[in-house]
Design a protein around this ligand. Structure first.
Ligand code: KG4
Ligand code: ZN
Length: 344
């Protein structure tokens, strides 16, 4: 009987506990995601200790559920993959420890995966990737333009100098009294209002691929506070539209400029903020108009947020290279793209 090519992956870097089974690089047999967001909402952000506790409570059941839904037994697997950074150290450690124990008990190789690489490889589940590839990586903790000459080769060519795009969404959402995380709600409101506030588009004309969102956030907060002091009530939908227009303009402009400079065959938009409807449609429209030869891949919404299927998809590139970790693999909360195997 020929051995199947199956990876079980584990993701616990932030507030989602997830275990998935993926076959042949891109066929998702199961992708179980247990969100803890309700437990964090009353604090207005993620509480690391609460996140770790939820991961501990969920993880064993999710291994079973993922295998059962995939109709796969542990002895059919080729490897176990796990996110070992970046993320919250306590949260990462739960996944790393569980994956190590499972790999050891079932005599399987362990594949360490960078969470941000996982976000990019979510696109691989949608269609085969052609290199060189550029990825606009936009999440709650990161805003980066990552250039990949080939599979598994990552170079950051631009990044935020202060807040991440998702972080800016969540902070202005808080000022408007929205629930955490507020990206999705602001996105919905943005389709109702008008861009009446004309917030600044920081660094949009600068000749580099970097971003800055803290000035936009301050400008938004000052506008709301000034109105409050004068007893004026501002239209929240207009605030949302104006904020989103500023974020999307900068992300799209810098991405297109980067596509013009590098020999890009595929553009991938990845991370939680890639779920943004305004960003998706603006990028698709402008890319089709200006760079019709470049394939644009934006994963469906369920693969934009944190999930283990994307970690498995990234792990297949490492499996081919037999890039395995030892049983002393540790979590690296500030893991960057350039960590080499020797330091694992
Ligand atoms: O990648 P992700 O699930 O977690 C991190 O690794 O950070 O991204 C979460 C971020 C949050 O900041 C959330 O507000 C944002 O993604 N987000 C959105 C949308 N959906 C989620 N931001 C803008 N528009 C959306 N539709
Ligand atoms: Zn993420």
């Amino acid at each position: 009987m020929t051995k199947r090519n199956l990876i079980l992956a584990v993701e616990t870097s932030c507030d989602e506990t997830s275990v998935a089974v993926v076959e042949d690089e891109a066929r998702v047999l199961s992708n179980i995601v247990a969100s803890q967001i309700k437990s964090h909402q009353r604090f207005g952000g993620i509480v690391p200790e609460v996140a770790s506790r939820h991961h501990v409570e969920q993880i064993s059941a999710l291994f079973e559920e993922a295998l059962e839904e995939a109709q796969v037994s542990a002895d059919e697997l080729s490897a176990v993959a796990v996110t070992y950074g970046p993320g919250l150290v306590g949260a990462l450690l739960i996944g790393v420890s569980a994956a190590k124990a499972f790999a050891w008990a079932n005599n399987l190789p362990l594949i360490p995966v960078n969470h941000m690489a996982g976000h990019i490889y979510a696109a691989r589940i949608v269609e085969p990737l052609e290199f060189p590839l550029l990825s606009l990586l936009v999440s709650g903790g990161h805003t980066e333009l990552v250039y990949m000459k080939e599979d598994g080769d990552f170079a950051i060519v631009g990044q935020t100098r202060d807040d991440a795009a998702g972080e800016a969404y969540d902070k202005v959402g808080r000022v408007m009294g929205l629930k955490y995380p507020s990206g999705k709600e602001i996105d919905e409101m943005a389709h109702i209002g008008q861009d009446t506030f004309h917030f600044p588009r920081a660094m949009i004309n600068e000749d580099n691929f970097d971003f800055s969102f803290s000035g936009l956030k301050s400008s938004f907060i000052n506008t709301v506070h000034n109105a409050e002091q004068k007893g004026q009530e501002l239209d929240k939908n207009d605030l949302a539209t104006s904020f989103q227009a500023a974020v999307v303009d900068v992300l799209v402009e810098k991405t297109l400029r980067c596509v013009a400079q590098y020999p890009v065959k595929t553009l991938v938009v990845a991370g939680g903020v890639a779920a943004n409807q305004g960003l998706r449609s603006a990028l698709l429209t402008q890319m089709t108009e200006k760079f019709p030869q470049v394939k644009v891949v934006i994963p469906p919404l369920n693969l934009c947020g944190d999930n283990a299927a994307m970690i498995a998809a990234a792990a297949f590139a490492e499996l081919k290279k037999e890039n395995f970790a030892q049983m002393n693999l540790n979590a690296i909360p500030s893991l960057a793209f350039d960590v080499k195997e020797e330091s694992l």
